[in-house]
Design a binder for this molecule. Structure first.
Ligand SMILES: Cc1cc2nc3c(=O)[nH]c(=O)nc-3n(C[C@H](O)[C@H](O)[C@H](O)COP(=O)(O)OP(=O)(O)OC[C@H]3O[C@@H](n4cnc5c(N)ncnc54)[C@H](O)[C@@H]3O)c2cc1C
Length: 304
C-alpha cells in the first residue's frame, strides 16, 4: 500500500471495506478512501493524487458499479458528503444547484415536497447521486437527467481547470455523457431547471413511480439495478433474458432475478467474480437465443 499525500483537514481512511459503499454489497478493501466535504477539498484531492501519479476513482452512491473482490489499489474518492442544494428563483423559472454527492431521490423529494417543484419526479427511487446520474444520464419513465440540466460545474483533471459546461456540452445520449466519454472530467455540482407545480400531483406521480418500482424490481436483495443497456429502442434486455429462460440462473450467490430478469441480485454472499461470470453466461446465452449482443450498463472497477 503506497502513501497518500493530501491536506490534514480532509477525511481519509485506510484499508476501507468497499462492500459497504456498493448497492451490490460486494468488493474488497481500498488502500485509501477519501471523503471531501466541498468542491475545494475535492479538487485538492484530485490535484494531489495526479501530482503524485496515484490511481483514483470517484464514487457517488455506488449504485451502478461492481467493485473487485481484491478491492482497489489506490484511492476511492466518495462524494457522499457533498450534498448541498441551493434554490434560485429567476422570474418564472426556478433552478436548483446541487452538489455532486446529493442523492437524486432526496433531491426529487426535497424539490417536490419543500418547494412544490415539478420535473424531477422520474428520479424518485433511482438510488444514485447527481454526479453518477450525470455520468450515466440516468432516467426512468420516459425522462432522463438530460431533460432538466442547465449547466454543470466540473473539474478537468487533465488541464487542472474548473469550468462550467452548458447543456449541449454534456453530449448526452442513452446512458452516456461527456463524463462517461472523458474520465478526466469530474462533476462538482449541477444546475437543474424545474417548474412550479401542484403538490398533490407531484406526490401522486412520485408515489406511482415508487409503487411501480416495488412491484417490478427485486428491491429486497442487493443489486445495481439493470445490469445491461437497452440494446435498441423498444428492445429490453430483461425481456431477452427472460425469453432465453435465464430467470433464476445462478453462479454462487449471484442470481438472475426471478422478479426482473434485467437485474442480477446478490442472494447473500456473492463475490464480484460470481457476478462477472454470471454476466458473461447471460451475454453468451442471450446471443445464442436472439443474436443480440448485450452491453453492460454496470461499471466494473478492477483492483489494479
Ligand atoms: C435498485 C436500483 C434501481 C435503479 N434504477 C435505475 C433507473 O431507474 N434508471 C437509471 O438510469 N439507473 C438506475 N439504477 C442505476 C443507478 O442508480 C444509476 O445509474 C445512478 O445514476 C448511478 O449513480 P451513483 O451515484 O450510484 O453512481 P456510482 O455507481 O457511484 O458511479 C457510476 C459512475 O459514475 C461516475 N461518477 C460518480 N460520481 C461522479 C462525479 N462526481 N464526477 C464524475 N463521475 C462520477 C463513477 O466514477 C462511475 O463511473 C438503479 C440502481 C439500483 C440499485
Amino acid at each position: 500500500m503506497g502513501k497518500m499525500i493530501i491536506s490534514d483537514d480532509i477525511e481519509v481512511r485506510q484499508n476501507e471495506d468497499l462492500s459497504r459503499y456498493s448497492t451490490f454489497k460486494v468488493g474488497g478493501r481500498a488502500d485509501f478512501a477519501a471523503f471531501p466535504k466541498n468542491a475545494e477539498e475535492f479538487k485538492s484531492i484530485l490535484f494531489s493524487l495526479k501530482e503524485n501519479g496515484q490511481r483514483y476513482t470517484v464514487i457517488g452512491n455506488g449504485s451502478n458499479v461492481l467493485f473487485d473482490d481484491d478491492g482497489y489499489r489506490g484511492t476511492v474518492i466518495f462524494t457522499k458528503y457533498m450534498n448541498n442544494t441551493e434554490y434560485i428563483h429567476m422570474n418564472d423559472k426556478i433552478r436548483v444547484r446541487a452538489e455532486c454527492g446529493k442523492s437524486i431521490t432526496e433531491l426529487a423529494f426535497e424539490a417536490g415536497k419543500k418547494h412544490l417543484l415539478t420535473g424531477m419526479e422520474f428520479a424518485y427511487g433511482i438510488p444514485g447521486s447527481v454526479g453518477g446520474a450525470l455520468f450515466m444520464n440516468a432516467g426512468a419513465y420516459g425522462k432522463q437527467i438530460s431533460d432538466i440540466v442547465v449547466c454543470t460545474e466540473c473539474y478537468d483533471t487533465a488541464s487542472e481547470k474548473q469550468m462550467t459546461i452548458s447543456a449541449p456540452e454534456h453530449h448526452f445520449s442513452y446512458r452516456k455523457s461527456a463524463f462517461s466519454e472523458n474520465k478526466n472530467l469530474i462533476v462538482l455540482s449541477s444546475v437543474f431547471e424545474l417548474r412550479e407545480g401542484e403538490g398533490g400531483e407531484i406526490f401522486d406521480l412520485m408515489n406511482k413511480y415508487m409503487k411501480n418500482r416495488k412491484e417490478k424490481q427485486p428491491l429486497d436483495f442487493p443489486s445495481a439495478g439493470s445490469v445491461f443497456k437497452r440494446p435498441a429502442d423498444g428492445v429490453y434486455a430483461g425481456k431477452l433474458i427472460e425469453d432465453a429462460g435465464l430467470k433464476g440462473l445462478r453462479v454462487g450467490d449471484a442470481e438472475v432475478s426471478e422478479k426482473h430478469a434485467g437485474f442480477i441480485v446478490n442472494r447473500a454472499n456473492a463475490s464480484s467474480k460470481d457476478i462477472l461470470e454470471l454476466i458473461e453466461m447471460v451475454k453468451d446465452k442471450v446471443y445464442g437465443s436472439s443474436g443480440v449482443r448485450l452491453e453492460c450498463e454496470v461499471i466494473y472497477i478492477p483492483s489494479e
